[in-house]
Design a binder for this molecule. Structure first.
Ligand code: FE
Length: 184
């Protein structure tokens, strides 16, 4: 199956599930994150990352060996590893790092924690809590840290019930342009 068709199917079928205590479905949440990335003029790989950032939560994705590591607090890795078959690091690495970006922001911006939703505070606690100073410095040094932080801010903002945003298909041409071709 064409990977973009498979993504469209995941959004249509699994994406309607609740998003862990938030007032929007998983699909609505990811579509809102992507719309915020477009609004802010993000480059295409980062728009794709915003659109796909919680794909690791989709149940159809987690099978076989993936299941062993597919616990909620690893969904950045699960999603990024799955996406890496079709997309390059500019798409996959912000997805991988968006969980750590929350731990980073809570360490460097004390007011950031205060703005987190209850569900997001809970998952922060199972994801390891705020980074230490040394962890935050190491994180900020990484090549995709800035992208991951931008993605994280859209992630936190993308929880508005009933927000009118473009559907998955609006992003198909962009995703087609980001697909790795054989030999790349
Ligand atoms: Fe999210």
């Amino acid at each position: 199956m064409n990977p973009i068709d498979e993504l469209a199917r995941l959004f249509a079928e699994e994406g309607t599930r609740d998003y862990f205590g938030e007032p929007v479905s998983q699909a609505a949440h990811m579509l809102q994150a992507a719309a915020l990335a477009v609004r802010d003029g993000a480059p295409e790989p980062l728009v794709a990352a915003a659109l796909l950032h919680d794909i690791g939560h989709f149940h159809g994705l987690v099978r076989g060996a993936d299941l062993m590591r597919g616990t909620d607090n690893r969904h950045g890795d699960t999603g990024a590893d799955w996406l890496a078959r079709w997309f390059d690091d500019a798409v996959c690495e912000p997805v991988r790092l968006h969980v750590d970006a929350k731990r980073y922001l809570c360490a460097v911006e004390p007011e950031y924690y205060d703005r987190l939703s209850d569900a997001s505070r809970y998952t922060l606690s199972v994801q390891g809590g705020p980074m230490t100073e040394a962890e935050a410095a190491a994180f900020a040094d990484g090549p995709y840290a800035d992208d991951a932080v931008r993605l994280r801010r859209w992630d936190e903002a993308a929880k508005e019930p009933g927000a009118g945003v473009p559907p998955f298909e609006w992003y198909r041409p962009l995703l087609e342009r980001r697909l790795l071709r054989d030999g790349e």
